[in-house]
Structure formats: structure tokens, C-alpha cells
Design a binder for this molecule. Structure first.
Ligand SMILES: Nc1ncnc2c1ncn2[C@@H]1O[C@H](COP(=O)(O)OP(=O)(O)O)[C@@H](O)[C@H]1O
Ligand SMILES: [Mg+2]
Length: 142
């Protein structure tokens, strides 16, 4: 049971707590974990008008996303759990659900909240949408 676990990270404390939880679970179940970060798409105008600058910003954002996941991966290396990382551009909730389905993950482990500023909600918009739309079981860590 649960051999492939998808862990969406946004750099928040709650997401990191979810990752720790996922790693512990994976160690017990002998499962593999993918740390996954979705970068919201930049404005489509940029492609035509800003050329080089746009590409440079795109590359820097991509590199920052990869570094963040790389750090998390290094941090969990001692767990012995098989880990990989993936950064993708798009709508976070949509991409998390799509990735889980297409690559046949059998569990998503994520934080209840993330980096969002709006207080007073138990769950953020991304976790909320993933819980409602994913075809994969979802474990929300609070
Ligand atoms: N861009 C993202 N890429 C990957 N995972 C994300 C992203 N944004 C949010 N998540 C996941 O969703 C969880 C809940 O975050 P979110 O719903 O965005 O709450 P908030 O509204 O507080 O930011 C996070 O702990 C993280 O696991
Ligand atoms: Mg958020």
C-alpha cells in the first residue's frame, strides 16, 4: 500500500511538516517520494515583448524552485527513502492533481496551509482544491 507518494511543497513551514510526515510514512512502507513544486505561470505578454529579460526571469525563478527542492531532498537524504524532485509551471492545484493521476501516485501528502497571507481559513485554496478534485487519496498535515 502507498508505494508512490507525491509531496507538493511551496516553501512554507506547513508544507515542510507535511514532507517530514511523508518521509516517515514512506520509510515504514518502503515507498518512494517525489517532492513537487509548481510555479504559477508568468504573464503571457512577456513572451512577445520582453524577450531576453523574460527568459532570464523565467530561468531564475526555475532555478530558485529547483534549489529549494534540492535543499529539501538533501535534508531528507539520511532517511534512506528514495526521493526525487520536480518543478513545473502552471496552476498549482491543477498540476498537483494532474501529476498524481498521470504518474500514478497512490497518495498525496500536503500541508493544510501554505505561504498565503489570508488568515482565518483552516485550509488554503490549493489544499482545498486538491482535496476536492484529486482522484488520488490525500493526506492533509496540519
Ligand atoms: N505552488 C505550489 N507548489 C506545490 N505545492 C503547493 C503550492 N502551493 C501550495 N502547495 C501545497 O498546498 C499546501 C496548502 O497551501 P495553500 O492551499 O496554498 O494555502 P495558503 O492559502 O495558506 O497559501 C501547502 O502546504 C503545500 O503542500
Ligand atoms: Mg498558497
Amino acid at each position: 500500500m502507498y508505494k508512490k507518494i507525491l509531496v507538493p511543497l511551496d516553501g512554507s513551514e506547513k508544507a515542510n511538516a507535511a514532507a517530514e510526515h511523508a518521509i516517515e510514512l514512506a520509510a515504514k512502507l518502503d515507498a518512494e517520494v517525489t517532492l513537487y513544486h509548481v510555479i504559477p505561470a508568468l504573464s503571457p505578454y512577456g513572451n512577445s515583448n520582453l524577450n531576453g529579460a523574460y527568459q532570464q526571469i523565467h530561468n531564475e525563478i526555475q532555478a530558485t524552485g529547483e534549489e529549494t527542492l534540492q535543499k529539501a531532498q538533501d535534508n531528507f537524504a539520511k532517511s534512506g527513502v528514495k526521493l526525487d524532485i520536480k518543478v513545473i509551471w502552471g496552476d498549482p492545484a491543477e498540476e498537483i492533481c494532474r501529476e498524481a493521476k498521470e504518474r500514478e501516485f497512490d497518495l498525496i501528502v500536503m500541508g493544510s496551509r501554505g505561504l498565503g497571507e489570508i488568515r482565518g481559513f483552516i485550509m488554503g485554496s490549493v489544499s482545498n482544491r486538491v482535496v476536492r478534485h484529486a482522484s488520488t487519496p490525500v493526506l492533509i498535515v496540519r
